[in-house]
Each structure stands twice: as C-alpha cells, then as structure tokens.
Ligand binder design. Structure first.
Ligand SMILES: [Mn+2]
Length: 350
C-alpha cells in the first residue's frame, strides 16, 4: 500500500514499541469507516484504555486532552480523522503522548515530526482498509475481515479495492455484481450506517456501545441492527421527497437547508447526488443545542472539487472543512450563516 505521507515502517515501529507499561487510547471518526478501523487495532493491541469516536470540526481534539492526561495516556492512535483544524489540541496532546495518525482525507502538508507519526493513504484506501491491511501483517485477523469489508464498501471504496473485497465477499458466499449498489454487501453496509444513525440519536452521540455490538457480531447475524434502521429509513424517505420542493437551484448545483430528527444528511446527499453527478449538492443542518451548523457536499463525477468548494465558501467565517474531491464536509458558526451562504451561492452561480 502506498503512503502519501509517512511510511509503513513508521507504523510498525510505533506499534512494536508499545508494551504493558504504556497506556493506549484510540480516537476515531464517528462513522462506518471510523468504527471499522478500530476493530483490528483493538484486537492486536489488546489493552486499550480509552476508545473515543468523535465528530471532526474545529478544535475537536482539545476537549478530551485533560481526560487523557489525567488517565496518563501516553500513546494515541487516530483513525479516519484529519487533524489540521485541531492543531492546538494536538500540540497539547503531544506534550505527554506519542501520536500516530492513519487517515485518507485530503491534506496539504506532511505533518510528521518528532512524536507525531502522520500516515496518509490515498482517498480510496479508506482507514478501515488500511487498518486491517497493516494490523493483519502482525496477526491473522481473518475472523474480522468482514468488518474491514463493511468499512471499505460503506466508504464507497469498493471498486478501487475490488480484489480485496471480492475475496472476502466470496468467502461469505455473497453476490458480486457490476454495480456495487446492487450487491448484498452494500445493502448490509448501508443498513449498518442507518443503524448507527439510530443509535447516535438515542444515545446522545455516544457510539461506544454500538462499536462493541458490531465487534462481537457476525456477518450472518445482524438482525439486531436491522431492527434499529426502521425509523431512520422512514426519515430518509420523508426528506428525500421534500428536497425537490425546498432546494435552491444554481448553475452548478443545489443548496438545501433542512432539520431532520435523525442525522440522515449524509445518506440523503449521497443518494440524491448520484442522480446528477456533474452537479454540486450542498446540504446544511443544525441543532438548537449546537453553536455550529454542519455541511455536507457532493459532486460525484469529480467535475467540481468539494474540498475546494467548502474551503472557499468558509472564507472569512468561523468554520472548518475537509474530506475528498467527491465528498466533503464541514462546520460553520451559526452567526456566520448568511455570509457562508453568500460565499457559497456566488461560487455555485459562477
Ligand atoms: Mn473514511
């Protein structure tokens, strides 16, 4: 596997230096790819003191630094998380811990230095794939290969990792089709992602219990997750229809602001944007309890660059963004909403 920053050797050096005296924490992204990245790591490392799943956006590292310090954490692994927007927090963390970051989001600068191991893979080598690939070189992990598969397919990285995926799909007797959206494994990955949305809502965004359930499940027995998806599927259906009445249309695409009960924005924007792949789709949602609203953008054909789009739209406002050319996300302070929209609409109408 190719690294765009850092090397495979740095990974193995970091892992092999961990011993019983160390106190290890894992921080990962609160999505499918994020939770699936942690399973191989925890299995190989064994004793992990803290596992945290977080939203990216702003200084997301800072809030948990005191807890890590108090618990004497001295090794931290980050999966599926860009760290660029939270460097203040990262520097505080590096005062008492060594850190390894394994991520596949776009980046501008190689941040490897001293106690920070910064490993970047290509966009298509999502973190669940990379984590499974690397930790498998230390220990046989074939019993959890299906979790890496779900993470990879769920992060839309099937085609780029077809050989890897097909081998596991065949092992479990599932089907392979030209269009991955018609395959059983996509339906399973999609189901898990909807179940996670349900769990997040009903557990105040704490998905550790969900992670434990998935870790201990088997590909053949996922009915417990299936049950959770029902209200989420209803919610997605309802909002899918509203999009066509409520969207704002521009030369280069669409903007839509809405307030779903469950966090279904990503599922909806992904599905709708497939129908018009050359267009930008930018959706925003907000909750009363947060100062920031969240942004999801897509341009499935890569005709437009979502990372650039959000970067420009957030110019001069309090917010941050990141992701991939076809799919990027961000947050912005509610007080700057009008300015953000003004910036965005100008670009969408150019
Ligand atoms: Mn990812």
């Amino acid at each position: 596997m190719e690294f765009l920053a850092g090397t495979e050797k740095q990974f193995f050096d970091f892992i092999s230096e961990i011993d019983e005296k160390d106190k290890v924490a894992i921080v990962s992204h609160i999505d499918d790819d994020g939770i699936c990245s942690v399973v191989p790591a925890e299995k190989v490392l064994g004793n992990v003191e803290i596992i945290k799943f977080v939203h990216v956006g702003g200084e997301y590292i800072k809030p948990f630094v005191p807890e890590f310090k108090e618990k004497k954490i001295n090794k931290v692994l980050f999966f599926d998380l860009a760290i660029e927007n939270s460097m203040d927090g990262m520097k505080k963390l590096l005062e008492f811990a060594e850190v390894l970051v394994l991520d596949h989001h776009r980046f501008d600068e190689d941040l490897n230095y001293d106690k920070l191991i910064y490993l970047k893979t290509e966009s298509s080598k999502c973190s669940s794939y990379a984590s499974y690939y690397l930790f498998s070189k230390i220990q046989n992990l074939e019993d959890i290969d299906w979790i890496a598969l779900i993470g990879t397919v769920g992060d839309w990285c099937y085609y780029e990792n077809k050989e890897f995926c097909d081998k596991i799909i065949k092992k479990y007797g599932l089907d392979i089709k030209d269009n991955f959206k018609e395959m059983k494994i996509w339906k399973i990955a999609d189901m898990i992602s909807r179940a996670m949305i349900y769990w997040r809502y009903h557990n105040n965004e704490d998905i550790f219990g969900f992670y434990e359930k998935l870790k201990n499940a088997s590909l053949k027995e996922l009915s417990e997750f299936e049950e959770m998806t029902k209200p989420v599927v209803e919610e997605i259906k309802k909002w899918n229809e509203k999009f066509y009445d409520e969207r704002k249309e521009f030369k280069k695409g669409y903007f839509w602001e809405f307030r779903p009960k469950y966090s279904v924005k990503n599922n909806i924007v992904s599905a709708l944007s497939e129908k018009e792949p050359d267009k930008f789709f930018v959706f925003i949602t907000e909750r009363d309890e947060n100062d920031f609203f969240t942004i999801s953008s897509r341009c499935q054909s890569k005709k437009g660059n979502c990372v650039e789009l959000l970067k420009c739209a957030l110019e001069g406002v309090e917010g941050s963004s990141g992701g991939h050319v076809v799919a990027a996300g961000g947050v912005c302070n509610k007080k700057d909403k009008e300015k953000f929209k003004e910036n965005l609409f100008k670009i969408l109408d150019e």
